[in-house]
Design a binder for this molecule. Sequence first.
Ligand SMILES: *[C@@H]1O[C@H](CO)[C@@H](O)[C@H](O)[C@H]1NC(C)=O
Length: 236
Amino acid sequence: NVRLVFIVCLLAARPPWPASGRAVRRKPRLLRHVTEDAGLRKEALDALIRAARRGSGRLSLRSPLRPPVSLALRDPDWEVRNKAINLLVEVTPRFGQQLSEGMAEVLPGLVACLADIKVANRRATTQCLHTYMKTMGSANTEPVLGAIIRYGLDAADPEIQRNVCVSVPVLLTPDLAGGNFSQLVAALAKCLTSKDEAMANAALHALEAIRSTLGDQLFNGYLQQLNPPLRRYYFS
Ligand SMILES: *[C@@H]1O[C@H](CO)[C@@H](O)[C@H](O)[C@H]1NC(C)=O
C-alpha cells in the first residue's frame, strides 16, 4: 500500500506541531536526560536553551527545571556547566519577580560558577546574576548578595573567594546602588585580611569599586559598622 506508506513517512518527517511546542512536550524527557544520562546531557540542555529562546512560555524555573539545572551547574564537564548557565541566562529576564523562588535553589551552584576555571563560564554567570538583580530591583538584592557571601566570599576554597571578589565590581552597577551593602562590605573587609596577596588585592579592588559606585558618604557609613580591627585594615 504505497499511498499509506507515503503518508506515514510524511508524518514522521514533519511533526504536526511547531518546534517550540515540541520542545515543551519533550520537556520531561529532556529533564530526565539532563539528570540521568551523561551522554545526552549537553544535547538535552541545548534543546531546552532553544525552547527558552523561542520564548515558549511554559519553560520557566518552576520546580521540574530546578534540580536538573542545579546538578548541571556542578557537572565536571565545563561545557555542561556552560549550557546550564546559558539556560539560566535565557530564562532569567523573562520571569521577573516570579523567579525568586526558583532562583533560590540554583544560587549556590551559580555562585560557585563565578569561580569556574573557564573564563566564558565566569562571564556568563556574572551576566546572569547581574540581570537577575536588575530584574528584582535594587531593594531586593539581598538574596543574591547573601548567596554571594555565603557560597562565595565565605567559601572554604580560597580560589572561589578570590574569583568572587574579582566579580563584585562587574556585578554592582550604579543602578543597584539602592541596595543594602552592609554585609557585603563586611565580608569583603574580612577577605582583605587574607595572607593570600592576590585575594587581599581583589578584595581591596572590590571595596574601591563599591566606594565609587555608592559615593563616599554611604560607603563610609558601611565602614563605620565594621568592627574596629577590620576598619583599621581597610585604612592601613
Ligand atoms: C542593612 O543590613 C544590616 C544587616 O544586614 C542592618 O543592620 C542595617 O540596618 C541595614 N541598613 C539599612 C539602611 O536597611
